[in-house]
Design a protein around this ligand. Structure first.
Ligand SMILES: Cc1ncc(COP(=O)(O)O)c(C=O)c1O
Length: 367
């Protein structure tokens, strides 16, 4: 029997969307460690927290719709023109705005096989068609991405480093990707984890944006700055793209406490240094310890690792997840990314990291 439609109907592509399922941590009897959303274990910068609380004095006033103080602070920090910065309620909003603005129904976006899920969701929400490029060794493959480009392609999303794989493309490869795109296709460089990367051949892409009319770089305050709760991200754009996004976005899309916290966070270099040092110590430690247990870990340059489990009874990723949860540790299942044998683990506090190793050591021993 064919399904009859009644009542209001969304655009057809929207029905293909599976709602994004965020990382969780259920409060239990004991202490809970949330390693499921790539949040920082260090909390927010105390300066950002203070600025946020102070901003609560004037919640009766609309925000500065241009987020001027924040754009100026970001501009000064990175040496870029504040007029070419657009702020959003998280980089999620910026991804959505780009899709809303640049896709006609049937237009295509390209991203890699295990690219961040919001690229697909925002594409479908805008009536677009997601096109997925295969990866090589869980890493974006520039040739495969370019092979997916057609005359319907409007946006190419590159998370660099990528979530959930933790892998990255050297800047020369990013340049090669850009060079292969027609100039009416926007290359979106999503550099949500850029601050954590310690590689000489990496760049978030500011230079490319500065010198091209079709490259946008996005950043977030949710990760190293520890401000995921306030929802704050920004995009550095060519002038014409900034102008268009400013017409489409909500006039007050970024709220006053978020702006205040963002200004304080971007100025707190010591806090960022601390976060980088923490990651530099614990990322290799956790990777090495889990490899010693016989698990395979995809080399990561971010603040998280993708851990691969055997496909044998009692040793699968869901079994490991249950074992971790028994000890109050919550990590991210990867079925939604087509990686059912993997778990993504955020680098946590020393206590949390040691608990992960202890729990998985027992798991591998006993099953
Ligand atoms: C690659 C990537 N891009 C964007 C985001 C979204 O970040 P925001 O909190 O700024 O919306 C995330 C969050 O996990 C991410 O991993």
């Amino acid at each position: 029997m064919s399904e009859t439609k009644s009542g209001p109907q969304p655009r057809a592509s929207v029905l293909q969307i599976k709602a994004y399922v965020p990382g969780t941590a259920r409060e239990g009897a004991g202490k809970v460690y949330k390693l499921s959303s790539n949040e920082t274990p260090l909390g927010p910068s105390p300066k950002a927290r203070h600025a946020y609380v102070e901003a609560a004095e004037h919640l009766e006033l609309y925000p500065d719709g241009g987020a001027t103080a924040l754009r100026q602070a970001i501009g000064a920090r990175y040496g870029i023109d504040p007029n070419r910065i657009v702020c959003g309620a998280g980089s999620d909003e910026l991804i959505s705005l780009l899709c809303q603005t640049y896709l006609e129904p049937g237009d295509e976006t390209v991203y890699s096989q295990h690219g961040f899920l919001m690229y697909k969701i925002s594409t479908l929400a805008s009536g677009g068609v997601p096109v997925v490029a295969p990866e090589t060794d869980l890493t974006t493959d520039v040739d495969a991405m370019l092979a997916c480009v057609t005359d319907r392609t409007r946006l190419v999303f590159l998370a660099n480093p990528n979530n959930p794989t933790g892998t990255y493309l050297p800047f020369e490869e990013v340049r090669r990707l850009h060079a292969g795109l027609p100039d009416d296709v926007i290359l979106v460089l999503d550099a949500a984890y850029a601050e954590y990367v310690r590689r000489n051949d990496y760049s978030a892409g500011i230079d490319l944006v500065a010198n091209a009319n079709n490259v946008v770089m996005m950043r977030t305050f949710s990760k190293i700055h520890g401000l995921a709760a306030v929802r704050l991200g920004w995009a550095f754009c060519p002038e014409a793209i900034a102008d268009i996004l400013n017409r489409v976005r909500g006039p007050f899309n970024v709220n006053t406490p978020a702006i205040a916290a963002g200004v304080a966070a971007i100025g707190d270099a010591a806090f960022m240094d601390k976060a980088i040092a923490h990651n530099e110590r614990w990322l290799p430690w956790l990777t090495g310890e889990l490899e010693t247990l016989g698990l395979s870990v995809t080399p990561s340059v971010g603040n998280f690792i993708l851990v691969h489990f055997p496909d044998t009874d009692g040793k699968r990723a869901p079994d490991a997840d249950a074992c971790l949860q028994d000890r109050g540790v919550y990590v991210r299942r990867m079925e939604a990314y087509g990686l059912p044998h993997a778990l993504r683990v955020t680098i946590g506090t020393e206590e949390a990291n040691r608990l992960v190793v202890e729990a998985l050591a027992a798991f591998m021993r006993n099953g």
